[in-house]
Design a protein around this ligand. Structure first.
Ligand code: URA
Length: 265
């Protein structure tokens, strides 16, 4: 497959970044929320180093940090497949080769507690975007070594974590069989889907990993995904209070820092 890199000073249309600005970073950590980029970059950065903002365009806020001596881009993707795919396309053109989603998720298995760390090794493609990159029968699968680096880091830190499949839905309400929506209606083909995914052993719902894994596999790029559980669908449809995200965040930082150190340069 031919690879089309951007000229060094060409600004990418959506993310508003050039290759020169990335200063050779080949690993990107990708939260969904632009507001989470700064605290994430600061928490990941090596002591004594100074992460700094390099871009802010549409839903894509970008900071550069040094993590285990390695230059790392932290860039928000916005929510859902389309904005993730645009981010991947443009960052790949700037030379990024490894992509790590850093997100939140709703657990569907009793054994997963709020605040636990989820590492996804695969995803159900309940999105539309990934179908523009590969046929439906193509798997949404994580990079094995990258994923094992996350697992090793979670083990080393003694953190509660779970490894398994995410159901990546284009929608937060009907696609995740939530009835607490404006209309309260879930189309018939999605009624009972939560029970089905549970029976199939899926761990969680979120909205980006399926697109990430499919696009990266299809383009010869490496992807992994780590999420914090902020909803427990075996109990309710609600999202937990902020402290739950904060507890998950601290754990995920340890996992990501350990994984980046384990991956080497
Ligand atoms: N993100 C989702 O997409 N679903 C949840 O339940 C929680 C976070």
């Amino acid at each position: 497959m031919d690879k089309h890199y951007a000229p060094v000073n060409e600004i990418q249309y959506h993310i508003g970044l050039s290759r020169a600005q990335l200063k050779g970073a080949t690993l990107a950590v990708l939260p969904g929320d632009p507001g989470r980029v700064e605290p994430l970059a600061k928490a990941l950065a090596d002591k004594g180093t100074r992460p700094r903002q390099i871009g802010c365009h549409r839903e894509y806020t970008s900071w550069l940090a040094t993590v285990s001596g390695r230059r790392v881009l932290v860039c928000s993707t916005g929510m859902g497949g389309p904005s993730v795919a645009i981010c991947l396309e443009e960052l790949a053109r700037l030379g990024v080769e490894q992509f790590l989603r850093f997100g939140t998720t709703g657990t569907m298995q009793e054994k997963v507690e709020l605040g636990d760390v989820i590492i996804n090794n695969a995803a159900v493609r309940l999105d539309g975007t990934s179908g523009h990159f590969a046929p439906e029968c193509f798997p949404a699968v994580a990079d094995f070594k990258f994923t094992m680096a996350l697992v090793a880091a979670a083990e080393a830190a003694g953190l509660p974590y779970h490894l398994g499949i995410s159901v990546s839905s284009d929608t937060f309400w009907p696609g995740q069989e939530r009835y607490d929506s404006f209309s309260g209606y879930v189309p018939r083909r999605m009624q009972g889907s939560l029970r089905e995914w549970q029976a199939l052993g899926c761990l969680t719902y979120e909205m980006e990993t399926g697109t990430l894994f499919t696009v990266c596999s299809a383009c010869g790029l490496e992807a992994a995904s780590v999420c914090g559980a902020i909803a427990k669908r075996t109990d309710s449809e609600a999202v937990a209070p902020r402290e739950v995200y904060e507890a998950a965040f601290d754990r995920m930082i340890k996992v990501v820092r350990g994984a980046v150190a384990g991956l080497g340069k």
